[in-house]
Structure formats: C-alpha cells, structure tokens
Design a protein around this ligand. Structure first.
Ligand code: PMP
Length: 337
C-alpha cells in the first residue's frame, strides 16, 4: 500500500514542469516548480512545518500551546494545518481589509481569526501587530513564529526546496528565479544552490545564478515602498530573513506585466497560479532571453490562482485598474450602457 501517514508528510517534493507556450523565442529550458501542490496550497506549508518543529525542539511550544501569527495569507493556512495536525490551537490576527474568503479558509481549518481595524497606526495597540503581541503576552503557552525573522523559514528552503531543485534537475540547474516577500524562499533556496554548485566547472554551467523577481516599487529592486497590486511579494522595509548577498540580480516587474503573464500561464500552460508566480515568470523569461540552449532556468511558483479569481482573473477588476489592454476605452461597459 502506498499512502502518507499524515497530510504533513505530503509537504514538499513538488514537481517541476517545463513551460512550452509562453517561451517563444527562448532557447533555454524553463522549468517551473509547482508549490500550489502542497497540501495547504502554497510554498508556506514548508516554513510552517519547520517553524513549528523548531519551536517544539526549543521548548517554545508545548502540548496545549497556541500559535499566534499576524497573517491572513498562505503562512496562516500552513500554520493552521500544522497546528491542527499536531494538536495546537492557532489564532491569526488579520486586518479588516482582508477578504471574507481568506478568513473563511483559516476558520475551515479550525483556526481562530481575530480581525483588527486597518485605519490605525502600525504602532497602535489596536493594530494587527499590536493585537498579536498582546495575545502572545496574555495567552499562556502562546508562541509567535514570526515568519519575517524566524531562521527556520530560510532553513526550511535550504533543507527542502533547494535540494529538490538540485536533485530533480540532476544538478543541471543554471539559474533560479524567485520572488521575495519575507525573503525566506530566495535566501534559503538560493544559498543552498549557490553552495552546492560553487565548484561546478563553467563548462557544466558554473555556479547557480540567483535572480530575484520583485514588484516595481518594492525596496528589493531599489523602490521606495510605493504600492503595487501583486500580493505576497515585495516589501517596504528590509526583513531579517532577506539576505542581500544571495541574489546575483533583482529584476523589477510591473503589475500589468505580472497579471498578463499570470493569465497566460492559466490559458496556455494549464497552470492556475497567483500573481507572484506570473511576476516570477516574467523575470525568468526576461533573463532567459539572453541565455544559450543548455541553460536550465527554474522558477518557483508560490501559490494557486484560486485565491485571485475575483481580481487577476476578473476582466472587470483588471480593466478598472487599467491592467487589460484597451482598458481606457471600456468597450464592454460602453456596450452595456
Ligand atoms: N508569493 C506569495 C503568494 C506569497 O504568499 C509569498 C510569501 N509572502 C511569496 C511569494 C514570497 O515568499 P517569501 O516570503 O519566502 O519571500
């Protein structure tokens, strides 16, 4: 019989698939790593599992304990899943701008969701950081993983994501393209791949190049933190888990390009993925354009497109922000009027 003993054993070992349709004019092989196939639907399952096991090992989390994290997104789902399977309670603090659907997912896994007002200063006790810190202080046995600074986050990628890419490409990967949010993925995966390939001869591809993909406006690609719509990536400050020495270069991609590619990946490659995946593929194709036939480019696709049906995959939403070609003349709207 072939089965996993628990859903937690299904985290990681995600497959690589070659892009065949959006790669016109490119000689290099471009492979994408499908992180939406993790049981919680994103790459964040990996860090959730590792942050919890490290906290257990360090005595920070004990039977009957509660995991508290300010997150509405993929990390929350990963932590809710791991907490539930290991018998911990989980509480996620989310700002009220976070949609109903995202809260419902966390609650479906049995987590508690505490909603905080968006319209308060970040240092206010009512803010989402303020409330999560208070909960950690007040609840006995509470533990806050803090994905932005927890070294277990990059470590999980150093131990799993990086080695999987090396193994599945038979050590032939030459470039890896990764979007950065907290920076955990690029730091851990990139560090592993650079270390393992550091003595590989140039004739076999040399040292792996790590290319960061970043939304235009984010600090990683030299922006000032001005807003953008791609979710989960980019920052307006430098988190502890982002190691600047890992990426060889960081390419800035704008929202319109990211979303157009996200839609092409669904329509042409059969890959329903999120906006940060589209962004990473745009950066990868830009880099791959200059590369020879024997280059092997691996792009990490962090999550599924299911969470973005009302935005990126909705023509009206796309048009209202000018992300669809011909948005200025809203032809559908004009016909309806
Ligand atoms: N894409 C999405 C959709 C995410 O939720 C995240 C996590 N914030 C990332 C990419 C970036 O991953 P990391 O935090 O490891 O940099």
């Amino acid at each position: 019989m072939k089965y996993a003993n628990s859903v937690l054993d299904l985290i990681g070992n995600t497959p690589l698939v070659k892009l065949n349709h959006v790669t016109e004019g490119i000689r290099a092989t471009v492979l994408v790593k499908l992180e939406y196939l993790n049981p919680g639907g994103s790459i964040k399952d990996r860090i959730a599992a590792k942050m919890v096991s490290e906290a257990e090992a360090g005595g920070l989390l004990q039977p009957g304990g509660t995991i508290v994290e300010p997150t509405s997104g993929n990390t929350g789902v990963g932590l809710a899943l791991v907490a539930q399977q290991k018998g911990y309670k989980s509480i996620f603090v989310v700002p009220d701008k976070v949609g109903e659907e995202k809260r419902a997912v966390l609650e479906a896994y049995g987590a508690e969701v505490v909603v905080t007002p968006t319209a308060v200063a970040p240092d206010s006790p009512q803010s989402y950081y303020g409330v999560s810190d208070r909960l950690v202080r007040e609840i006995p046995g509470a533990y806050k993983p803090d994905q932005f600074s927890n070294p277990a986050a990059p470590a999980s990628h150093f131990e799993s994501t990086g080695p999987e890419i090396w193994r599945d490409t038979d050590g032939k990967v030459t470039h890896v393209v990764i979007g950065a949010g907290t920076g955990g993925t690029i730091t851990g995966t990139g560090r592993f791949l650079k270390e393992i390939s550091k003595d590989r001869p140039e004739s076999e591809g040399g040292r792996v190049k790590v290319i960061g993909a970043d939304p235009e406006g984010s600090v990683y690609s030299g922006g000032t933190g001005r807003p953008y719509f791609v979710e989960g990536v980019g920052e307006d400050m430098w988190p502890g888990n982002y190691d600047k020495s890992v990426p060889d270069e960081v390419l800035a991609v704008n929202d319109a390009e990211s979303f157009a590619m996200t839609r092409r990946l669904a329509r042409e490659e059969g890959l329903l993925v999120g906006g940060s995946s589209g962004m990473a593929v745009v950066a990868a194709l830009r880099a791959a354009r200059e590369l020879p036939e024997d280059a092997v480019v691996v792009v990490i696709l962090p999550d599924s497109g299911r969470g973005y049906l009302a935005k990126i995959f909705n023509d009206q939403w796309m048009r209202s922000y000018g992300f669809l070609p011909g948005s200025e003349e809203d032809t559908v709207g004009a016909v309806l009027e």
